[in-house]
Design a protein around this ligand. Structure first.
Ligand code: G6P
Length: 610
């Protein structure tokens, strides 16, 4: 949520800041702004409502020359999306600041600052921070000290970039609860919410820790930890290619990412299996020893990652024979819960920065969970750093707000985890060998399903004028139906919800008419006959059925029933296989509706606030 970039260099920084914002736009896109310090100590600020492209146009018409600057792309929390609420915020034309996070005590600070004579120009929670820093600067403190003192008065989460118009030699950054990296250049230094923003200018990064405050000059950086101690943080080299987050020939990032799934699966499996075994060190060196002791698993996540967790519950109990509970992180973190004995606590997150998931992990550690494991797509993320065990999915950067390839690799990771735990419980060597073979076959299977793209693009036409859609599934296909519904609502804005098909008669059947398409996920498994009866219930009431079924499913195309055939695979990997057509359906419906597929309204990819 919100992306920040800053730079101190020997060359003009506006272009670097704008490119950084463009690359961070997945974090929010309500408004954007930048401020650079021009010669003579004048802060030149430009802010626009809407996307970064508009800001770029504005800056092109009004070139900025300064070599020190900060920039921001916003996802509104406090104060509507409007130019006056866009960052950077200024205090008395002296101090400029960009912020990602939420200041919880902003109302109290605001009252005090108004009483002290400050004039507020926005409704944001952020503006109190810039005034607090300004007050310290006016006391004669250097910028770094002013930020440190002001920070002692803040409650909540923040990543900050700050400049002082009277100090052209320093850029100050602070991290507390929101991610921030420093980019190390030659004769120049940068800050950003993630490494992608800075890849065009450097591949060397320092990852700030919670509570760190950093002072950047053109030549170097100094970092103080939460106790005020000067510390050395390692400089790490990123191997991510600068164009890893480019769209290429695809019309949208989402489509590109859907088509990257076979490769993402292969990359995630790489080095994790040998012969017909999952390698014992796949989840870390001590993992086997810890998994041997485990008697249950708790999984917590948000959004799409939560749906991956729900699939894993079926696998963990049916295949591994281990009790498994799953909960959304925002509920788990505020609930008094019983910690099972010898339990593994798993978090799943593409970004590794989702505020609720991170808080749930901290809760679990404090309440006495034996071991924590993070399944995550971003190395160096907060979740990765705070967990005992880590499994990194290798989906590559995911830019489309609606998660696709990250979800796919999470499922792969969870099936590997099912094996790694299951071998100490219900899963025998033959079962493990079978699963390993299925995992190896997966990239080819997904490639086959992607060939349905054209068919699904045509099918999508039947959804464009609809306002609601119901998704049905049973067993581990129920979470896949949930994921299909989430994809459709996120990007096409069609109201969609998923039901376990057996629940149909307990309510949703009342909604069925010819205006309510019903999408069913129907692989040839033990629940097929049950599902078919549920589909009959829909047909009998005039509902329009769209059934995704494999070739073995005996289902006729008749009036009101459209069947889309998928290759027959195995029950254990069907969740992955059946995910793909639902992603494509959502994508094509959104394209036909003309919505902003990669940046749907009101959403952001990385939810770093509660
Ligand atoms: C946001 C994104 C979703 C994502 C969810 C959880 O809502 O738009 O695509 O599934 O956050 O994010 P995480 O990074 O924790 O997987």
């Amino acid at each position: 949520m919100c992306g920040i970039v800053g730079a101190i260099a020997q060359r003009p920084v506006a272009a670097i800041l704008l490119e950084g914002l463009r690359r961070l736009e997945y974090r929010g896109y309500d408004s954007a702004g930048l401020a650079v310090l021009e010669e003579g100590g004048r802060l030149n600020r430009v802010r626009t409502l809407g996307k970064v492209a508009r800001l770029s146009e504005e800056v092109a018409a009004n070139p900025l020359k300064g070599t020190l600057g900060i920039a921001h792309t916003r996802w509104a929390t406090h104060g509507e999306p409007a130019t006056h609420n866009a960052h950077p915020h200024l205090s008395h034309e002296r101090c400029a600041l960009v912020h990602n996070g939420i200041i919880e005590n902003h109302e109290t600070l605001r009252r005090e600052q108004i009483a002290a004579g400050h004039v507020f120009t926005s409704e944001t929670d952020t503006e109190v921070v810039v005034h607090a820093i300004h007050d310290e600067l006016e006391q004669g403190h250097a910028l770094i000290e002013a930020v440190r003192l002001a920070a002692t008065r803040l409650r909540g989460a923040y990543a900050l970039g700050v400049i002082d118009a009277r100090d052209p030699e320093h850029l100050v950054a602070a991290r507390q609860g929101s991610p921030l990296v420093i980019g190390v250049g030659f004769g120049e230094h940068f800050i950003a919410s993630d490494v992608f923003a800075l890849l065009p200018v450097t591949n060397r990064f320092i990852f700030l820790e919670e509570g760190d405050i950093a002072e950047l000059t053109r030549e170097g950086t100094r970092i103080w930890d939460r106790d005020g101690q000067l510390v050395e943080r390692p400089v790490k080299t990123s191997s991510v290619a600068v164009d890893a987050a480019e769209r290429g020939a695809y019309r949208h990032f989402m489509l590109k990412e859907i088509f990257e799934q076979p490769q993402a699966i292969a990359d995630t499996l790489q080095g994790r299996m040998a012969g017909d075994r999952v390698l014992p060190e796949t989840f870390g060196n001590q993992a086997s020893e810890l998994f041997q002791r485990i008697r249950s698993v708790t999984i917590v996540a948000c959004g799409t990652s939560y749906h991956a967790a729900l699939v894993a519950r079926y696998w963990m109990e049916a295949v591994a024979g281990v009790p498994c509970q799953v909960e959304v992180a925002s509920e788990y973190r505020y609930r008094r819960h019983v910690v099972p004995e010898q339990a593994l606590f798993v978090t799943i997150s593409q970004s590794g920065e989702t505020a609720d998931t991170l808080a749930a992990l901290r809760q679990a550690k404090a309440s006495g969970y034996d071991t924590t494991l993070a399944i995550c797509n971003v190395p160096e993320s907060s979740l990765v750093r705070e967990s005992d065990l880590v499994f990194l999915t290798h989906a590559g950067p995911e830019i489309g707000v609606a998660s696709t390839k990250a979800f796919m690799t999470q499922l792969v990771a969870l099936l590997l985890l099912t094996v790694a735990i299951g071998r100490f419980h219900r899963l025998d060597a033959a079962g493990e060998a079978r699963l390993v073979a299925l995992l190896r076959s997966l990239p080819a299977r997904i490639t086959e399903v992607l060939a349905l793209d054209g068919v699904i693009a045509v099918l999508a036409e039947q959804f464009v004028d609809k306002h609601h859609t119901l998704f049905l599934g049973r067993g581990e296909q129920y979470p896949i139906a949930m994921e299909g519904a989430l994809k459709l609502k996120e990007i096409s804005y069609i109201h969609a919800e998923a039901y376990p098909a057996g629940e149909l008669k307990h309510g949703p059947l009342a909604l069925i008419d010819d205006q309510m398409p019903v999408v069913a996920v129907a692989p040839n498994n033990g629940l097929l006959e049950k599902l078919k009866s549920n589909l009959e219930e829909v047909r009998a009431r005039g509902g329009q059925l769209f059934v995704f079924a494999d070739f073995q499913v005996p289902l006729e195309e008749v009036e009101g029933v459209t069947v889309i055939r998928l290759p027959e695979t195995d029950e254990l990997i069907d969740p992955m296989v059946f995910t793909v057509p639902l992603q494509l359906l959502a994508y094509h419906v959104a394209v036909l509706k003309g919505t902003d597929v990669d940046q749907p309204r009101n959403l952001a990819k990385s939810v770093t606030v509660e």
